[in-house]
Ligand binder design. Structure first.
Ligand SMILES: O=C(O)[C@H](O)[C@@H](O)[C@H](O)[C@H](O)COP(=O)(O)O
Length: 236
């Protein structure tokens, strides 16, 4: 069951979402002495990250890691690590511990083992994962019918991360080589927040909430489960 939070304006959405992220992370620090925030890339979340970077959280107690990454260098315009460094690891959050996914390996598949060991070293459960959704129903880098998807979605796959080659997707652009949290990696979060905007994506999300193959709309992996509470934050 997804708790849905709809807003008439995006600025109202981001104001509310910053407050929730602040409360969730603060509560985790109070309870566990630390918090783990997993963040996605894309064009939507930067206002959230910029506002969150100014909040008075105890950032020394927080680890930030990626939900997924395009297999490009940190200097590349498509790098999610670069997005996070310029939009979240600034202001009060400028010194927060950050765990990236990209390694020196030539491909995501070759780099996955090193990235997996980085993520296995993160405290579990993760506190909060912020994920987006593409118009094709993907989330993280779990793209419909992509090579590597079945393994990444498998309930038997205990790996936290997987390599995906999103060659079929019409939304990835040239950066099809991806490293992503798996279904089970995502469900290690105490809370998952799905963040997207626009009427078109809301229509797609409504379709994803209907019965159908998870391979057709991989965001269904987050909807058809009882392990991690999921919230949707949406505005037009
Ligand atoms: O690496 C990425 O691009 C993201 O992790 C990806 O999963 C993103 O959340 C969706 O593609 C939505 O992207 P937009 O916010 O740009 O629509």
């Amino acid at each position: 069951m997804v708790r849905e939070f709809f807003f008439e304006q995006r600025n109202h959405l981001f104001t509310a979402l910053v407050a929730e992220c602040h409360d969730v992370l603060s509560e985790a620090i109070s309870k566990h002495g630390h918090a783990v925030l997993l963040v996605s890339g894309g064009t939507t979340p930067a206002p959230l990250y910029e506002a969150l970077s100014k909040s008075d959280l105890n950032w020394k107690k927080i680890k930030v890691a990626l939900v997924d990454e395009r297999w490009v260098d940190g200097s590349h315009s498509a790098s999610n690590e670069a997005l996070i460094r310029r939009s979240l690891l600034i202001n009060n959050a400028r010194n927060v511990e950050f765990v990236g996914m990209k390694t020196a390996a030539a491909t995501a598949a070759a780099g996955q083992a090193e990235t997996e060991s980085r993520y296995q070293a993160l405290p579990q459960p993760f506190t909060l994962s912020i994920v987006g959704m593409g118009i094709d129903g993907h989330t993280a880098s779990l793209f419909p019918h992509a090579p590597g998807l079945a393994e990444a979605l498998s309930e038997d796959n205990k790996q936290l991360t997987a390599a995906i080659n999103a060659v079929q997707s019409e939304v990835t652009g040239p950066n099809t080589e991806r490293l992503t949290l798996t279904r089970n990696g995502l469900l290690k979060s105490e809370r998952i927040i799905i963040l997207f905007t626009g009427e078109d994506k809301l229509t797609v999300f409504g379709k994803a909430q209907q019965p159908g193959p998870v391979e057709d709309m991989p965001i269904r992996a987050l909807l058809n489960q009882e392990q991690a509470p999921v919230e949707l934050y949406w505005a037009p």
